[in-house]
Design a protein around this ligand. Structure first.
Ligand SMILES: [Zn+2]
Length: 157
């Protein structure tokens, strides 16, 4: 069964989002995120873009707020997306592409083409520790696996 709740509205796979992983995996990783964001660990929580509750981190997301205000479900539906004129999306997607090798535009193209299920499956496989097979967030491929402690080399494809 593919979990559709993890289809991010900006094209991010929620299952590999740091906040989501911190919430689901807890422990030291959640603690580290809380310290980074200077908030209590309980605040590091999110159920995924498609099933946000008011307590979810995603409810405060500027992209989500923007989409809601425009009555759109995904960023690709927006005319600014086509024209590359959304500053917020351009900045956010460039950071993901450069830092984590995640291509939000390519992801959104798959979602738009009705291939969300395949994309979710392939993302689930991709964002795993090669050593212990536990799920990991996108940026942890530059560091150590917080599940088993193995050193991870930069992942690009
Ligand atoms: Zn591991």
């Amino acid at each position: 069964m593919v979990d559709r709740t993890l289809v991010g509205r900006c094209g991010l796979y929620c299952g590999a989002c740091g906040i989501y992983r911190g919430y689901k995996d807890g422990g030291k990783y959640r603690q580290r995120l809380a310290e980074f964001f200077k908030c209590p660990p309980e605040k590091v929580r999110c159920e995924g873009c498609q099933v946000l509750t008011p307590e979810c981190w995603g409810s405060g997301c500027e992209m989500v707020k923007c989409l809601n205000a425009k009555n759109l479900q995904f960023c690709y539906e927006c005319s600014d997306f086509e024209k590359h004129t959304c500053e917020r999306f351009e900045k956010f997607s460039n950071e993901y592409l450069t830092d984590d090798g995640v291509d939000l535009r390519a992801n959104l193209a798959k979602i738009k083409a009705g291939k969300a299920d395949e994309w979710l499956k392939e993302s689930e496989e991709k964002f795993r520790c090669p050593h212990c097979s536990q799920p990991l967030p996108t940026n942890s491929f530059r560091r150590k696996c917080y599940h088993c402690g193995v050193e991870l080399s930069p992942k690009r494809d």
